[in-house]
Design a protein around this ligand. Structure first.
Ligand code: FBP
Length: 556
């Protein structure tokens, strides 16, 4: 054991994750049932052409039965890809326990530093002693993570060579939509080359956007949102005690607002932006600023000079004029990056940008605060995404709200004051000790991943369904990755990708928020979720996220 382990960490090592009934058997006593064959969510003909060997496979459900192949010794590789999410270590624990439960001579290798570790052949063997220091803990530090994108035939060739050289017959890629897309591409490549290596994925991301009928939630969302909701609740109580600040809290989560919505449902803020609604209703930045300023002034007139506003980090990509600007900027940067990198000062960069943007976008760009302009020019990530976590949208909104309130003051329409604080919660939630929900879910996903490999599946993603119910009733299975794909334009090229799930404006979670938000705006109705509980009554310790409960018709 590491000497630096906290008393809580030591206690947490002892936690035995629960798994669904169908996984409560040794691996060689778990077999599978085929469900319906599948189609991709869109662009079926093109996706089929790109994945001729792996397209259209059936849904799979695990159940009690014989599977002697699970008892054969095998070497399996595992890699953590992308941003950290609580529970990654338990995926590896579940995978390890199932693998060794199948045959103690089987070995698990962890690729270091993300997908880069596969192509450079950097890995360690994960042993029982080594793994025991990480069970039920947060973080990805057991083997590290990285954002290298596996996409070129050269990279696939190198990856297969490393896997073959080391006798690795199965690879588990733990990642979000982009990483699981890459898992499917590598699986297709491997099938085409008849390499016989089974490649499966595990759905990870705090963002909650790797979600569909079969993946009810990616892992990490539960613990991260509970952590943010605790902090938001604490801030609410501070605001209500001091009665002097408006707190603007930006929450991580990339494009989708799942995190913001879940936290709003847990805490009842005075205002929460849901990016998908902004887009649907074509709300401009100025509409949002007017909404917030009106609530601030109304509350001040009612003697409540405080409040809490939640801002999803990705909202800039949904405000119509900002979306167009970002698309134009990304296109320009992708096409002219060589020239752009020769421009040394920000003044030169913005002059060049303004000259090349359309008239409307150039107007929008020039009207933004200087620091936001700089942040919009930051390099895109390896997948071509704008790094929204580095854009301080909450500060931009505060600045604009302040000037609107000052205008109202100058016009004699408002006599009060506006004082504020800004916060960004993101990294704080990504490596927390996984909640019991995530500890159980991740362990089950990892156990499942080995069963998938033992059943000879490739290009599948581990799926556990009925997550709003007690763990024993969860349903374990596997979903073909191609089923979740469509074509999207990335860096100017059409590519097969797993479709990201945005907040469904017709779904019960959003409709519940809608039914309450006007009341939350004017009447202070804060709800304080408190810290994640690990020991105590299951109604508190094992409670799934509000989003899952509402979707299953089990809450409010
Ligand atoms: P994944 O999509 O890889 O799970 O990333 C999640 C996330 O935390 C996003 O919410 C955030 O925008 C991004 O990672 C931040 O990236 P980085 O860790 O590279 O700063």
């Amino acid at each position: 054991m590491k000497k630096t382990a906290s008393p809580f960490q030591i206690e947490r090592y002892k936690y035995l994750p629960q798994v669904p009934l169908s996984l409560q058997n040794p691996p060689d006593r778990i077999s599978f049932r085929r469900g319906d064959s599948t189609e991709s969510v869109d662009d079926q003909a093109q996706i089929k052409e790109i994945f001729p060997h792996t397209y259209g496979a059936p849904l799979i459900y695990f159940e009690k039965g014989e599977n002697p192949r699970a008892g054969e010794a095998i070497n399996v590789g595992v890699v953590l890809s992308g941003g950290q999410a609580p529970g990654g270590h338990n995926v590896i624990a579940g995978l390890f326990d199932a693998l060794k439960g199948g045959n103690p001579a089987s070995r698990l290798f962890g690729f270091l530093g993300g997908p880069e570790g596969i192509i450079t052949g950097r890995f360690i063997e994960i042993t029982q002693d080594y793994l025991n220091q990480y069970r039920n803990t947060g973080g990805f530090d057991i083997i590290g993570s990285g954002r290298t994108k596996l996409e070129t035939p050269e990279q696939f060739e190198k990856a297969l060579a490393v896997l073959k050289e080391n006798g690795i017959g199965g690879l588990v890629i733990i990642g979000g939509d982009d990483s699981n897309t890459n898992a499917a591409l590598l699986a297709e490549y491997s099938e085409n080359k008849k390499a016989g290596i089974r490649i499966v994925g595990v759905p990870k991301t705090i963002d909650g956007d790797l979600k569909n009928k079969y993946i009810e939630s990616p892992f990490g969302f539960d613990s991260a949102t509970k952590t943010y909701a605790e902090l938001i609740g604490n801030i609410m109580r501070d605001a209500k005690s001091a009665k002097k600040y408006w707190h603007f809290i930006r929450l991580m989560g990339r494009s989708a607002s799942h995190i913001a919505l879940e936290c709003a449902l847990q805490t009842h803020p005075n205002y929460a932006i849901i990016s998908e609604e902004v887009q649907e209703r074509h709300k401009t930045l100025s509409d949002i600023v007017i909404d917030i300023s009106d609530i601030i002034m109304r509350r001040w007139n009612n003697g409540e000079a405080f409040g809490v506003v939640i801002v999803p980090e990705g909202v800039v990509e949904f405000i119509p004029e900002m979306k167009t600007l970002i698309q134009e900027l990304s296109g320009l940067l992708a096409e002219h990056i060589k020239h752009f990198s020769t421009l040394n000062t920000f003044e030169d960069q913005s002059a060049w940008i303004n000259k090349n943007l359309s008239r409307d976008s150039s107007y929008v760009f020039s009207s933004l605060p200087n620091n936001i302009q700089r942040q919009l020019l930051i390099d895109r990530d390896p997948h071509g995404n704008v790094q929204v976590s580095r854009i301080e949208t909450e500060k931009m909104i505060i600045e604009m709200v302040e000037s609107r309130i000052n205008e109202c003051k100058n016009e004699g329409k408002f006599k009060g004051s506006f004082h504020y604080q800004s916060h960004f919660f993101g990294y704080e939630g990504r490596c927390t000790f996984p909640s019991n929900f995530d500890a159980n879910y991740c362990y089950s996903l990892g156990y499942n991943a080995f069963i998938m490999i033992a059943c000879g599946l490739t290009s599948y993603i581990s799926s556990i369904q009925k997550l709003a119910y007690p763990v024993k009733d969860w349903v374990a299975g596997a979903v073909p990755i191609t089923m979740m794909m469509n074509l999207e334009t990335r860096r100017g090229r059409s590519k097969p990708v797993i479709r990201k799930a945005l907040v469904d404006l017709e779904g019960i979670p959003f409709r519940t928020f809608l039914a309450h938000r006007d009341g939350w705006a004017d009447k202070t109705s804060y709800c304080y979720p408190g810290a994640i509980q690990y020991f105590g009554p299951p109604e508190i310790c094992d409670r799934p996220a509000e989003t899952l409960l509402l979707e299953a018709g089990l809450s409010r």
